[in-house]
Design a binder for this molecule. Structure first.
Ligand code: DAH
Length: 342
């Protein structure tokens, strides 16, 4: 009986050309080389022949077996290469020639503190609003109970555009917009970059950040203001913060306050950082003036609210122990990339 593996090889090649992945390739291997496969069946047939013929037939089957093994191995390599290429094609592009000691970027300390405060207020039901850096006189002053020629404007000289618009001097400029947009009740915070005509030194910059907040509802009182500020500041500084209010004048709040916090370094005992007073001035605030509510379309007979203007820049300086405000706008990566590490 003559053994011929030509047909077997041909069929195998045909099947092999249709294989697309490793699972199919393994299936084909079992079909041809497995215990119950075609090659085993051929070998089983050997028992019917003897002598030289058996030897030759055995050789032929063995050759076919090796051929199949070799072709399967080639196919596996081909599939693996195609799979790798597919991954490369679908992956984000990268440049393998870039140096490996490349410094990754990091967040600016103001961004870090802003996100932290936003998270805390969001968790207490406040919405986070955005507002333009270019505003008009009405929003920056008039709607905040600061009419033309009011002395409070002296402290807030800013950069004016030819068309009469100006770079906002404080985030309070968004109060009216938010009251009109949401009406009452409302809880909102709105961080932003502010600008003033300022001679710069270690404590003053012409460009700085604030984060304003308002809460308006029926029966909102100073206790609500104290509660929210204390909660937020304790979270930011990761320690229990005591706050106190001192009278302060701002035309858009009545009464107005300066909010101090117990010194985070000496915990109220008195140290050089708090000029031995045990307190640090942090955040002006107050109960929103009825006129401001009216300008915002909210009935001051029915609603009351508090507002605060947190100095984000100042808060970042306190939180991270930054001594010179000018560092924040310096673009000095060596200094600014220290706050998140890598
Ligand atoms: N806008 C004021 C400023 O930049 C700060 C301020 C004071 C904001 C009292 C307030 C507030 O919301 O109630 O000087």
């Amino acid at each position: 009986m003559a053994i011929n593996t030509e047909e077997l090889r041909k069929k195998f090649e045909e099947r092999l050309s249709q294989i697309r992945n490793t699972v199919e390739a393994e299936g084909l291997r079992v079909e041809y080389l497995g215990k119950k496969g075609y090659v085993s069946a051929l070998l089983a047939d050997l028992k019917n022949i003897t002598g030289e013929e058996k030897k030759n037939a055995g050789q032929i089957i063995n050759d076919a077996k090796q051929f199949i093994e070799k072709r399967l191995a080639e196919k596996q390599t081909e599939i693996a290469a195609a799979e790798e290429q597919r991954l490369i094609d679908s992956a984000e592009r990268y440049d393998p020639s870039l140096p490996t000691d490349l410094q990754l970027g990091s967040y600016h300390p103001i961004t870090l503190i802003q996100r932290r405060v936003e998270d805390i207020f969001s968790s207490m039901g406040f919405i986070v609003e955005n507002y333009s850096e270019i505003v008009d006189d009405y929003h920056c002053f008039e709607a905040l109970n600061i009419p033309k020629h009011h002395p409070a404007r002296d402290m807030q000289d800013t950069f004016y555009l030819d068309n009469g618009q100006l770079l906002k001097t404080h985030t309070s400029a968004a109060q009216n917009y938010i009251m009109e947009k949401y009406g009452a009740p409302v809880r909102a915070i709105f961080p932003g970059r502010c600008f003033r005509n300022e001679s710069t030194d270690a404590c003053h910059e012409n460009t700085f950040f604030q984060l304003e907040g308002i809460m308006i509802d029926e029966d909102i009182s100073i206790s609500n203001l104290i509660y929210f500020m204390k909660t937020m500041l304790s979270e930011v500084f990761e320690q229990d913060i005591t706050v106190r209010l001192r009278p302060g004048f701002f035309p858009f709040v009545e009464p107005g306050f300066e909010l101090d916090i117990s010194c985070t370094i000496c915990h109220g005992k008195g140290c050089p950082s708090c000029k031995n007073s045990g307190w640090l001035e942090l955040c002006p605030c107050g109960m929103i003036h009825p006129n401001v509510l009216k300008y915002g379309g909210i009935d001051p007979e029915k609603y009351t609210g508090f507002a605060f203007g947190l100095g984000l820049t100042r808060l970042a300086m306190m939180k991270y122990g930054i001594k010179d405000i000018r560092m924040l706008n310096s673009g000095n990566l060596k200094a600014l990339s220290q706050f998140t590490g890598r």
